[in-house]
Design a protein around this ligand. Structure first.
Ligand SMILES: Nc1ncnc2c1ncn2[C@@H]1O[C@H](COP(=O)(O)OP(=O)(O)OP(=O)(O)O)[C@@H](O)[C@H]1O
Ligand SMILES: [Mg+2]
Length: 433
């Protein structure tokens, strides 16, 4: 069996030789390695002179020595694991020797098995080596694959960056569009307001026109009386004229006030908070919303119910902005009752109810309608910008989202929604005093 130790030692030298062949270290080791080869060959034949078990001892000692020096040497670092693979064979040699020496009978009886052991230890070297070669190959493949992946990741990153840039551009475009939509939404609500205001102005203007006409006639009459010399009658007519002119002035002022209000609304929001009477504000916008709607659809009628609590403290707010909120709530409420009327029986009476009250440190404005109500599945979405269930042209879906911005963000208030589908909705705005 001693043959295997020498063979293993011989193969180690060959391997070291091969591993250095193309390296700058080769000249340094060449002589040493070829000397070692010859020494092993000579040693092998010389060992024939010894007893079997001593052959084992010499063989494994040579092997141990080679492994020890080889593994220690930095220049053979790459072969270290191959060298270590030889240790079991060297140990097998020592075991063979010890058993042969100490338990000769036993050793002789089972020599065959000792032989197998040595053979297995020899085979182990190459078995291990083959698997480690496989691992090496796997390692090489995985390194290559990693490099491939890295370049792929780099490509993807560039692609993603490009997509991100494109998205950012789109976002910018969307923002611009949104700003434009908000502007057009403002214009639309202004249009509705204008219709309401026109209706309001119509009334005082009618008075002014009628009284002017009557007054012109009275002046003619007065002239006639003066020509006739009836001074008393002329004075009486003059008193009537005076009264009429006062009425004209009164209605003229009313129209003036309404126009001023309209101008105030059309102006960009001043963003200046001022103490405001919410009863007056709510009443004003309720009427404007209603008349605005009626101007478009003469057949529409709804009951307006108001519960304005008297003597409420003034709230510090931007009147035009909160006015816009109320206008949207009223418009939504009127729209909902109008929709319900389409499908309800003739018994149905559309009603929109406004309540104001003080609660703790807040003022509350509650707008309630008996319209279509809001289905549960869309309740969460109604505050989102552009969410609308109205047909194109009738709603942009910005009303409540703007209302939310105005009430919650700008006035630190709250909007609560309660609704029973089919029965109606209630929007409550709370504003800090
Ligand atoms: N009082 C209400 N009754 C029933 N549904 C309502 C009521 N108020 C709001 N909604 C629902 O919420 C949606 C969003 O309302 P929002 O005021 O934000 O937009 P819009 O009224 O559709 O459009 P816009 O106000 O921009 O003209 C409405 O389309 C409607 O479906
Ligand atoms: Mg709306």
């Amino acid at each position: 069996m001693d043959f295997f130790y020498f063979l293993a030692a011989f193969l180690i030298i060959r391997r070291l030789n091969k591993s250095l062949k193309f390296s700058i270290l080769y000249p340094k080791w060449r002589t040493m390695l070829s000397t070692a080869t010859w020494m092993i060959i000579v040693g092998y034949f010389a060992a024939f002179a010894l007893e079997d078990i001593y052959q084992d001892l010499v063989g494994s000692a040579i092997l141990f020595g080679l492994v020890y020096y080889g593994a220690k040497e930095q220049d053979f670092a790459a072969q270290r694991s191959y060298l270590v693979n030889n240790i079991p064979l060297a140990i097998a040699g020592v075991i063979n020797f010890l058993f042969g020496l100490l338990f000769a009978g036993f050793y002789d009886k089972y020599e065959q098995y000792f032989g197998w052991g040595t053979l297995i230890a020899f085979a182990w070297i190459f078995g291990k080596w083959a698997t480690s070669k496989k691992q090496e190959e796997e390692l090489r493949i995985s390194t290559e694959r990693r490099a491939e992946l890295e370049s792929l990741v780099q490509e993807r990153t560039i692609e993603l960056q490009k997509q991100k840039d494109e998205l950012q551009e789109t976002l910018q475009e969307l923002k611009t569009t949104q700003a434009q939509l908000i502007q057009s939404e403002k214009m639309a609500s202004l249009g509705e307001l204008t219709a309401g205001i026109a209706h309001e102005i119509q009334n005082p203007l009618n008075f002014v026109n009628n009284f002017s006409e009557v007054t012109a006639e009275l002046i003619e009459e007065m002239e006639e009386e003066l020509n006739k010399g009836d001074k008393e009658e002329a004075i009486a007519i003059a008193a009537d004229i005076k009264q009429n002119l006062e009425k004209i002035m009164h209605h003229g002022k009313r129209a003036d006030g309404i126009v001023k209000g309209m101008l105030q609304h059309s102006r960009a929001s001043s963003n200046i908070k001022e103490p405001t009477d919410i009863n007056k504000l709510a009443d004003e916008y309720l009427r404007l919303a209603y008349h605005g709607l009626r101007a478009k659809d003469k057949s529409f009628n709804a009951e307006l119910i108001t519960h304005f609590t008297e003597g409420l403290p003034q709230a510090n707010l931007v009147p035009q902005d909160v006015g816009r909120v109320l206008l949207n709530l009223f418009n939504n409420a009127f729209y909902a009752v109008k929709e319900k009327q389409k499908s309800a029986d003739t018994e149905f009476k559309p009603a929109v109810e406004v309540t104001t009250l003080a609660k703790g440190k807040s003022l509350e404005i509650i707008v309630k309608d008996n319209g279509t109500g809001i289905p549960d599945d869309i309740k969460e979405k109604i505050l989102q910008p552009f969410f609308t269930t109205k047909p194109t042209g009738e709603g942009t879906g910005l009303g409540l989202s703007l209302s939310y911005d105005i009430v919650v963000k700008a006035h630190s208030g709250k909007i609560d929604v309660k609704s029973k589908p089919g029965e109606g909705s209630e929007f409550k705005i709370s504003l800090p005093i």
